[in-house]
Design a protein around this ligand. Structure first.
Ligand SMILES: Cc1cc2nc3c(=O)[nH]c(=O)nc-3n(C[C@H](O)[C@H](O)[C@H](O)COP(=O)(O)OP(=O)(O)OC[C@H]3O[C@@H](n4cnc5c(N)ncnc54)[C@H](O)[C@@H]3O)c2cc1C
Length: 394
């Protein structure tokens, strides 16, 4: 049996990993990405999990040092004073979205990576799946891999499931070396820092900078997120209303952040934080805000259409393995398809049951972490149940 022709919807980490591994087992693969230009991820940081960089290390000739920087500990502070509460040895590595994305794209090539192609509708017909785009001609394929992220159009069409707001947002920002004092810069080096507050938390870690080809430049910056509980309704509406007066649904980037929201962000840092945490947050020149939401489903395969990554189960970010889950969905799909010699009817059910179990277990883990981190629970240093990463395969 020959390998299926594949259309991948969404060309970020999940989509590109799927495109590469499916191409490697002999599938003819096209990627359709909504964005009209190559992605940037705003240069934000990602904690490296093995699944995230597996393709780059095993098949694209990269080393861990090519894509990430190392650290040696996790530190737990009271962010209101910047006083250390605990520390554990933990050798996490950190990368920048760009570094991983550009290298995955390099490995796939741009010839069959189609920008500006937003999925409008995908459906299974007797003749096979049909993919319709907002603009441009429809496409057909034997297998459609939908990796169109947390707001997945495909998931919404196939299951009617949309992400549910988790009750809090994350402020994200980056700070260059010359924007903070030497003492604050050093405070956040070589470690992953938690800044704990009664109903809120901050994370901060150094990330490498990558050039437009994904090569690390040797410079680094500090990357942070500060999670705020914000009630749905008037408070959330006010925060998500941008400077042009429009209420955004997911994210308000710095360029359109309302002045009063930026002022409140900085005032809140001055009021509630002290020491290096306060300096870090107030130094960020271009912070932006994103809602945290999640989505749970109990089906990932619909005939010859599958959902992977955030388009399937959308997790919250607390165990730093959402992109790794997307990559795991992709690798497992290729493994099952190869063992079934390209027979989709044989491969997809087995793939779906394993990855659904993994995704649901991961979602339960990050929800449990959110419950303690955002609602005043106990978050003991090094607690194994809150360790970063995907759960062991169930
Ligand atoms: C604040 C935060 C921090 C995180 N930190 C980490 C971390 O440290 N480690 C980690 O592993 N994960 C982390 N994650 C999770 C990670 O970002 C996601 O889980 C991961 O990006 C999912 O990859 P994906 O390819 O499934 O979806 P996405 O990366 O969301 O990509 C979806 C792609 O589909 C495209 N698209 C959307 N709609 C359409 C359409 N209609 N047609 C065509 N294309 C479309 C989008 O433009 C995008 O390129 C974090 C997430 C957040 C929010």
């Amino acid at each position: 049996m020959s390998m299926p022709k594949v259309a991948v919807i969404g060309g970020s980490i999940g989509g590109l990993t799927a495109a590469n591994v499916l191409r490697d087992i002999g599938c003819e693969v096209d990627v359709y990405e909504r964005s009209p230009q190559l992605l940037s991820g705003f240069g934000t940081g990602i904690v490296v999990q093995p699944e995230l960089v597996r393709y780059l290390l095993e098949r694209a000739g990269s080393t861990l040092d090519d894509v990430s920087v190392s650290s040696s500990s996790m530190r737990y502070y009271d962010a209101s004073t910047s006083r250390l509460q605990g520390e554990v040895d933990a050798g996490w590595r950190f990368t920048a979205y760009n570094a991983v994305y550009r290298k995955l794209l390099d490995a796939f090539g741009t010839e069959r990576y189609h920008l500006g192609r937003a999925l409008d509708r995908v459906r299974q017909t007797e003749a096979g799946p049909i993919i319709e785009f907002v603009e441009g001609p429809a496409a057909t394929a034997d297998l459609v891999v939908c990796s169109d992220g947390g707001g997945s159009v495909a998931r919404s069409a196939l299951l009617g499931v949309k992400p549910t707001y988790a009750g809090y947002v994350t402020w994200r920002g980056m700070v260059d070396r010359d924007e903070v004092s030497e003492a604050t810069w050093e405070f956040f080096q070589d470690t992953f820092s938690y800044g704990l507050l009664p109903d809120s938390h901050i994370i901060a870690y150094p990330i490498p900078q990558a050039d437009s080809d994904g090569r690390l430049t040797g410079n680094s910056r500090l990357n942070f997120q500060w999670y705020w509980n914000v009630s749905e309704g008037a408070d959330l509406d006010a925060l998500l209303t941008c400077s042009e007066g429009k209420r955004r649904s997911v994210s308000v980037h710095f360029d359109v952040l309302a002045e009063k929201n930026l002022a409140e962000f900085r005032n809140c840092a001055s009021r509630e934080l002290d020491g290096p945490f306060r300096e870090l947050i107030t130094a960020a020149a271009r912070p932006f805000v994103t809602i945290v939401s999640d989505a749970e489903i109990d089906q990932m395969a619909f005939g010859n259409i599958v959902l992977i990554g955030d388009a399937a189960i959308t997790p919250r970010p607390h165990a730093a393995a959402g992109a790794a889950k997307a990559a795991s969905d992709a690798w497992s799909l290729a493994t099952h398809l190869e063992s079934a010699s390209g027979n989709l009817a044989e491969a997809l059910p087995a793939w779906e049951s394993g990855q659904l179990a993994l995704g649901r277990a991961y979602l339960a883990k990050v929800r449990a972490m959110a419950a303690v981190l955002q609602q005043g629970g106990d978050f003991p240093p090094g607690a194994p149940e809150y360790r970063f990463g995907l759960p062991k395969a169930p």
